[in-house]
Design a protein around this ligand. Structure first.
Ligand SMILES: [Zn+2]
Ligand SMILES: [Zn+2]
Length: 168
């Protein structure tokens, strides 16, 4: 997604403009990121702050159902000219202003989206997950599986109980 900043490139340092955008992601054709850019001319090029909004598609870590959740994130990045005369070593980490006066914020958006995407998501905090024995989604229905007695101490107690209650 390219934005032509040349229109203010001849302006004074400190000049600002805003730009609404809708970006269809290259890495995920089903995902759209919307937001607003705040661009300011600086001595090295432009400072770009972006407020972004998107819907994320997740798979619940407990019940494996897919669900969507909104995500808002923002970032700030520097865009500088290729041969800007400066000795600042931080300049090499900047994004570049293209020769035709465009800046391309796609890469920055994609990078920050990866950073901001949460891991280990659950569809809700009280998701009951799947039954470990029959695989039923316990949010939707209760299965008839009996809870497994995995602790040997309980197995012994059960044997004791069953022997005791057997008819003589
Ligand atoms: Zn779930
Ligand atoms: Zn079950």
């Amino acid at each position: 997604m390219k934005i032509n900043v040349e229109s203010i490139a001849s302006g004074k340092i400190g000049e600002k403009f805003e730009h609404d955008f809708t970006y269809e992601m290259q890495s995920d054709i089903n995902r759209v990121v919307k937001g607003k850019l705040f661009v300011m001319k600086t001595n090295y090029g432009f400072n770009v702050r972006a407020n972004c909004f998107t819907n994320l598609k997740h798979t619940c870590g407990r019940c494996l159902e897919s669900f969507e959740s909104p995500l808002e994130f923002s970032f700030s990045e520097r865009f500088s000219k290729e041969n800007h005369p400066t000795s600042e070593s931080t300049m090499k980490d900047d994004f570049r202003i293209e020769v035709d006066g465009n800046i391309d914020v796609s890469q920055a958006i994609e990078q920050y989206l990866i950073i901001e995407t949460p891991f280990n998501t659950v569809c809700s905090n009280d998701c009951k997950g799947l039954c470990q024995q029959c695989g039923a989604n316990l949010n939707q229905d209760e299965c008839s599986c009996t809870p497994r007695l995995s602790n040997p101490a309980w197995e012994n107690l059960r044997d004791l109980w069953e022997n005791k209650t057997k008819p003589v």
